[in-house]
Design a protein around this ligand. Structure first.
Ligand SMILES: [Fe+2]
Length: 434
């Protein structure tokens, strides 16, 4: 359950503590799975875009120490000398391998020492305390979501490493014929953002009313098959479809297809966690940058949706299907398999408007810059959202197959540079009413 007010009402603070403890255990098991590899794999930098995996591992523990142990628990620093090394703002990712980082064994020991004390703090915590970090267990939600976000980052690193055998795959539901490919959303006012989701970040708040003219939005994310048509049509070389900065970026970097794709004769292949396979036509395209998504949309005679249009298409509840926690029949989340599901695989996850696969599968690029909502208040620290606001980052919505259900919802906002494509991101298109 994402709405912890409901949890508090149903089960009382004791039930909430049990749930937090179980979620903390689950996310740690996940992090340890992704770092269950030879030391060489963990300390190496697989891409200048990413930290060594061993950095992510100790960083989640250090973040937990800062927020739960020091800030809320009032506990003295365990290893103050390592704080700088794991401060995400101190050293860029490309410089992290040359830092005197904790080795894999030491990192595991450090984070498990922190975790033991975190469970003690949880045990003693008064979750009805009105202090915003304590109320409803906010600080625990903060560290839980943070660790899941780093787990997704670790999956992106493992994908970039191109090494086979490091990441589990699994089964997903079948796709189904798409039906009408676009859905009409009538003009009107809707509520964007939230005041009530207990673990929501500052950038999702406050809830505010917004009028949108009527528009059309794709029922599903854009598929590999559809994207291939753009590629085959010479879409990458036609300046009509590209913003000048996007064209320049694609040319300079020799970008002619999604990351991890190669062509062999008439067949497109992709590398997925170290294995080569034909690109499956019915899956949402992933590993495209915002510039590529934007160019495709123009080629298709459409545009990317704004994040408001994306959120309105969800239908105004915690998730497109309602307020119940995501289940395996509603969305492809939490790394059930190491890929997006084919379009049409989740009819039960549709929004009231009939828009599908908004949550899970691929993060969806939107046309919007990452900006604060009207009435935004920074909490609990500027480096979560505030320092990123402006016209530098584009907003992504909905989570991917690699996102944990506890770390995504209708109102959740992600953001990245428009050139990034190592993330598990795709898109869907929209268009205005004639
Ligand atoms: Fe972090």
């Amino acid at each position: 359950m994402t709405d912890l007010d409901a949890v508090l009402g149903n089960a009382g603070p004791t039930g909430l503590k049990e749930r937090i403890a179980a979620e903390l255990e689950a996310v740690r098991a996940r992090s340890l799975t992704y770092t269950d590899a030879d030391d060489d794999v963990l300390v190496r930098q697989h891409s200048p875009l990413m930290s060594p995996l061993v950095w992510d591992l100790a960083h989640v523990g250090n973040y937990e120490e800062l927020w739960v142990l020091r800030e809320v628990g009032g506990i003295e620093p365990l290893r103050p000398e390592i704080d700088d090394l794991y401060d995400a703002f101190k050293y860029p990712r490309k410089d992290r391998p040359s830092l005197p980082l904790l080795g894999p064994a030491e990192a595991r020991k450090y984070i498990s020492g922190v975790r033991g004390r975190v469970l003690d703090v949880l045990d003693l915590a008064d979750l009805t305390d009105p202090d915003p970090l304590r109320s409803g267990g906010y600080v625990f939600g903060l560290v839980l979501q943070h660790e899941h976000q780093h787990d997704e980052t670790m999956l992106a690193t493992l994908q970039l490493s191109r090494r086979p055998g490091l990441v589990r795959d699994g089964a997903l539901p079948q796709g189904r014929p798409a039906g009408d490919s676009e859905v009409h959303i009538p003009a009107g006012v809707f509520t964007m953002g939230t005041d009530t989701v207990a673990w929501a970040y500052d950038n999702e708040r406050p809830a505010h009313r917004l009028y949108l003219p009527g528009y059309w939005i794709d029922r599903h994310p854009v598929t590999n098959a559809a994207y291939m048509e753009f590629v085959e049509d010479g879409g990458y070389r036609d300046p009509r479809w590209w913003l000048p900065q996007g064209r320049e970026w694609a040319e300079r970097n020799g970008v002619e297809a999604p990351l991890f794709w190669t062509r062999d004769g008439d067949t497109w292949w992709r590398v997925r966690f170290g294995r080569e396979e034909p690109v499956p036509p019915d899956e949402p395209v992933q590993h495209v940058s915002w510039y590529e998504a934007d160019a495709y949309a123009r080629w298709a005679g459409k545009r990317l949706p704004t994040e408001a249009e994306w959120e309105k298409a969800c239908g105004g509840r915690g998730y497109p299907w309602g307020d119940a926690d995501p289940g395996p029949g509603q969305a492809n989340l939490g790394h059930r398999a190491a890929r997006p599901a084919p379009v049409g695989a989740y009819p039960d996850g549709a929004s009231p408007y009939g828009v599908e696969q908004l949550i899970g599968d691929v993060w969806e690029w939107t046309d919007s810059w990452f900006q604060p909502y009207p009435g935004y208040r920074c909490f609990p620290y500027e480096e979560y959202s505030k320092v990123f606001f402006g016209e530098t980052y584009r907003v992504l919505r909905g989570g991917s197959w690699a996102t944990h259900p506890s770390a995504v919802r209708t109102t959740f906002r992600n953001w990245d540079y428009p050139i990034r494509r190592q993330i598990f991101a795709g898109f869907r298109c929209a268009r205005s009413e004639e």
